[in-house]
Design a protein around this ligand. Structure first.
Ligand SMILES: Nc1nc2c(ncn2[C@@H]2O[C@H](COP(=O)(O)OP(=O)(O)OP(=O)(O)O)[C@@H](O)[C@H]2O)c(=O)[nH]1
Ligand SMILES: [Mg+2]
Length: 281
C-alpha cells in the first residue's frame, strides 16, 4: 500500500512545530501504545533536539499489557528518553503523566510553563488535554485530522498546554508501518483500501492472537483459520451481502478493521521492541 498523505494543513503544522517547540519547555509526544514506532514521527527527532521530550504511550487500554511493559523497559534503557503509558481518558493516568513529565524539566517560579502536545493524527492528543482540563475544550473524534489549528489551554500551576493538529510525514515508505497506521485510525478513509488492510491485519492476528479472533467471531475449534475463510465467515454472520447473495468484501473488511481499531477484538499490540530499528533518542 503506497500512502502519500500530507495535506496542506500538515505542511503548515510542521513549520509551526519547529517554531513552537523552540519556545516550549516540554514536548509531549503522544504515541499509540499499540504501535510506538510507526506512530512516532521521525521529523520530531530533529525538531525536538534541544527541548525535553516525553513519549506518552496512549491508548494503553487497547494494547497488550505485556508488550507495553516491554516497550517501557526498552525506552528506559535508551539514552535521554523518558516514556510513560496511559489511557487518555483516565484522569489519574493523565495526571501521573503530567507530574512525570514536569519532573524532567527545571521549573521557574516566575514564569509560566509551556507544554506542547504533538503526534500523528488520532493518537489522543486532544483527549488528553480535555482530561487534564477536566472539561471538553478540544474537539475529539475517532477519525484522523480532527484538530486543525493549535489551541492553548491554561491549566493550574501556571501551565499553558498547546494542542496541535496531528501530522504524518510526507512519504510513508515503510509498507508494514503504513498498514499499522491505517489499522490504528491515523489515516483517513479516502486514502486506504480496507480489503488490503484486512489481509495485513488478519494475517498478523492469526499468527499472534488467534484466541482473540476465535472468541470474537465465535469460531469453532475445527475452523481452519485463514484470512479468506475468516472474511467469508464474518461476512455471512454479519449479513454483509450484495445483490445475489455475494459477500461484500469491502464492507466486511471495514467492519473488521473498525472493530480491531476500537479494541472490540481485544487488547492487541502491533509492534514489539525486539525488531526495533527506527527510534533514535
Ligand atoms: N480506548 C481509548 N481511546 C482513546 C484514548 N485516547 C483517545 N481515545 C480516542 O481516540 C480518538 C482520537 O482522539 P483525539 O483526542 O481526537 O486524537 P487527536 O490525537 O487529537 O487527533 P487529531 O486531532 O486528529 O490529530 C477519539 O475517539 C478518542 O476518544 C485512550 O487512551 N483509549
Ligand atoms: Mg486533536
Amino acid at each position: 500500500m503506497n500512502i502519500q498523505w500530507f495535506p496542506g494543513h500538515m505542511q503548515g503544522t510542521e513549520q509551526f512545530l519547529e517554531k513552537a517547540v523552540l519556545c516550549s519547555d516540554l514536548v509531549l509526544e503522544i504515541l499509540d501504545a499499540r504501535l510506538p514506532v510507526s506512530s512516532s514521527n521521525p521529523l520530531l527527532d530533529t525538531i525536538c533536539k534541544n527541548t525535553a521530550r516525553i513519549k506518552i504511550l496512549n491508548k494503553k487500554d487497547l494494547a497488550d499489557s505485556n508488550i507495553t511493559k516491554l516497550w517501557l523497559d526498552y525506552f528506559k534503557k535508551l539514552k535521554n528518553c523518558s516514556a510513560i503509558a496511559i489511557t487518555g481518558t483516565n484522569i489519574s493516568d493523565v495526571k501521573k503523566a503530567l507530574d512525570f513529565s514536569l519532573n524532567k524539566i527545571k521549573k521557574s517560579k516566575s514564569r509560566r510553563i509551556r507544554i506542547i502536545v504533538v503526534g500523528i493524527p488520532n493518537t489522543g492528543k486532544s483527549t488528553i488535554i480535555n482530561t487534564l482540563a477536566g472539561k471538553k475544550i478540544a474537539k475529539t473524534g475517532n477519525i484522523p485530522a480532527i484538530t486543525k489549528h493549535q489551541q492553548r489551554t491554561e491549566l493550574k500551576n501556571k501551565i499553558d498546554i498547546y494542542d496541535t493538529p496531528g501530522i504524518l510525514w510526507p512519504n510513508l515508505e515503510d509498507k508494514d508501518g503504513a498498514y499499522r497506521l491505517a489499522v490504528s485510525g491515523a489515516i483517513s478513509d479516502a486514502n486506504i483500501d480496507y480489503n488490503d488492510i484486512f489481509y495485513f491485519a488478519s494475517e498478523f492476528l492469526i499468527e499472534k492472537y488467534p484466541f482473540l479472533l476465535k472468541k470474537r467471531y465465535k469460531l469453532c475449534n475445527n475452523f481452519i483459520l485463514d484470512s479468506t475463510s475468516l472474511l467469508k465467515k464474518i461476512g455471512l454472520s454479519r449479513g454483509c451481502l450484495k445483490k445475489g447473495g455475494i459477500i461484500d468484501y469491502q464492507k466486511v473488511s471495514k467492519i473488521f478493521i473498525k472493530e480491531l481499531c476500537s479494541g472490540k477484538i481485544g487488547p492487541i499490540s502491533f509492534e514489539t521492541p525486539v525488531k526495533e530499528v527506527r527510534i533514535q533518542n
